[in-house]
Design a protein around this ligand. Structure first.
Ligand code: ZN
Length: 222
């Protein structure tokens, strides 16, 4: 079973590019320090809340095997919700490379904001270079930066595309996310193995049918 949600429209409420300045012109490498701008996590408060949740769920938080659970759960969520700082360095496109750059099958995980359950899968992230290029590993870092938070897959897809568009100013950006949501596979409809596909496109990859077709052909069977 495959749910297709494509293409995704921009979320007017999201401001994913807030950490990014205009890209530097010229030939020198340009680095932006991408820092975590989310509020700090109140670990003791989270532990108390998990303990209260255990009690509400009819569990005994003093039972031997549950005694450390509030601490572990709070720590796990803190890790999943804290983006890691990183440097996003772009370089002048000295070779005037003008074909698609595509990183395929990047694994990712995030947390569904509706159920606080994980969704995980792979991403295909590509761009058509203009003046600047970026290291391939940074495409994965941009994805991870937005995946570490409470998310819906549609918004995560759009944020990655918007971020690359805002910082790289490429001729086009394409992002495809393919994920299994545990809130769908473990509970509710129990649609185990179902995948949700989302895509977000900018520039030529959005408006040029041939470029768009090439992008989806390259990402389709991966
Ligand atoms: Zn969910």
């Amino acid at each position: 079973m495959v749910n297709v949600v494509a293409p995704v429209q921009p979320d007017p409420g999201a401001d994913p590019a807030e950490d990014f300045d205009d890209p530097a012109a010229g030939t020198a490498p340009h680095t932006l320090r991408i820092v975590n701008a989310t509020p700090p996590i109140d670990l003791p408060g989270a532990e108390r809340a998990v303990r209260a949740l255990l009690i509400a769920l009819g569990q005994d938080p003093e039972a031997e095997h549950l005694r450390q659970t509030p601490r572990r759960v709070a720590g796990a969520y803190a890790e999943l919700l804290t983006p890691r700082d990183f440097d996003l360095t772009t370089f002048a496109n000295d070779e005037n490379y003008d074909q698609l750059v595509l990183a395929c099958g990047i694994p990712f995980q995030s947390l569904c904001e509706h159920h606080l359950l994980p969704f995980h899968g792979v991403a295909h992230v590509g761009y058509l270079p203009d003046q600047r290029i970026v290291g391939l590993s940074k495409l994965a870092r941009v994805l991870e930066r937005f995946a570490r938070g409470l998310q819906v897959q549609e918004r995560l897809t759009q944020q990655v595309a918007d971020c690359l568009q805002a910082h790289l100013h490429p001729k086009g950006v394409g992002v495809v996310l393919e994920a299994e949501h545990q809130c769908m596979s473990l509970r509710g409809v129990r649609a185990h193995g179902s995948r949700t596909l989302t895509s977000a496109l900018h520039g030529h990859l959005r408006i040029d049918p041939a470029a768009r077709q090439e992008f989806f052909a390259l990402t389709r069977d991966r």
